[in-house]
Design a binder for this molecule. Sequence first.
Ligand SMILES: Cc1cc2nc3c(=O)[nH]c(=O)nc-3n(C[C@H](O)[C@H](O)[C@H](O)COP(=O)(O)O)c2cc1C
Length: 369
Amino acid sequence: MSGSTFGKLLRVTTFGESHGPALGVVVDGFPAGVAVTESDIQEYMNRRKPGKNPLSTPRSEGDTVEILSGVFEGRTTGTPVAMLIRNTNQHSSDYEAIKDTYRPGHADFGFDQKYGFRDWRGGGRSSGRETAARVAAGALCQLLLKRLGIDCYAYTESIGSVKIDPSAFERSAITETATGMPDRDADRKAAELVAAMAGEKDSIGGTVVCIAEGMPAGIGEPVFDKLDATLSHAVMSIGAVKAVEIGDGITVSQKKGSENNDPFIPGGNGRIEKKTNHAGGILGGLSDSSPILLRAHFKPTPSIASVQDTVDRDGQAVRLSVGGRHDPVIVPRAVVVVECMCAIALADALLIGMSARADDIAAFYSGNS
Ligand SMILES: Cc1cc2nc3c(=O)[nH]c(=O)nc-3n(C[C@H](O)[C@H](O)[C@H](O)COP(=O)(O)O)c2cc1C
């Protein structure tokens, strides 16, 4: 099993290695009639690609997306949407040194144990580059969410000890700052921290927050496919994510029920609303129409240039300094990856949610007869 498919009705399958000819994705089950161009998808690809600013690895991957199928006359046809991203800037020789050596913090050892050998060039399927294909699929799902009036966006909340000030939140800064922070002052401080880490041949971790506004209530499935469970699955499957929180997350274990519960209140137009949103928009695994709030914790980039202890394939002790072109922090490039994985999980949940009520199914088919 390679576990390369995510989703139930909307099935996203990614393929390709970082140093092979190309990466790609097939999105099956995507509804017909959504207007899409390659430049709509490319906009998201550009947010992920490296080499854009001093915080990012100097690898200059083009990350140009080609739509191969499933789109005709500018609209999805309902057939599988296949998208390809050709690899153009591989430096496989950078990885010769780790061919027979296990990088601490990376997937090398596990891959050898599982398969008996591995594509050591750039990390193969465990490369951060694999996420380019996820972004292409997520960009497509974002078009569907927008059509439904759902605004799903992510940003960098913290890098190391530098955290954004929520009162300085500026949405446009997310795509304008090098860190992906919506707070320009915090961005400056975080950029200094990242530069210091690079100077020390080290790396640093951080957090990404994703928010989805406009989700209708009742989306998600009550037992194994709770919305918080499927969102966590989607985001935890991104390389280097080590924890996912929903709403107030880990802080709830220290709260009283009276502090943590969100009182329901009558809203406008007969709507039911909540006074607060500690739950992060999900109760019982179902959306409750408040914004969905998710936080992903990223570990520091494992490939670092400082010397570390490790072993080779024969178990002999080795001193290793990882060369090549690695980000001193993963978070800024991962913002759009988190956003896109959430968009995929939400789009799938919305499609599944359409079959919950017999009345809705009957109304749909009577309208079509
Ligand atoms: C967008 C993105 C970029 C990444 N870039 C790098 C990198 O340049 N060097 C590296 O060692 N790891 C990088 N990673 C992290 C590895 O892919 C990840 O740590 C590795 O596969 C081991 O998996 P785990 O951390 O989930 O255990 C990146 C991850 C993402 C999501």
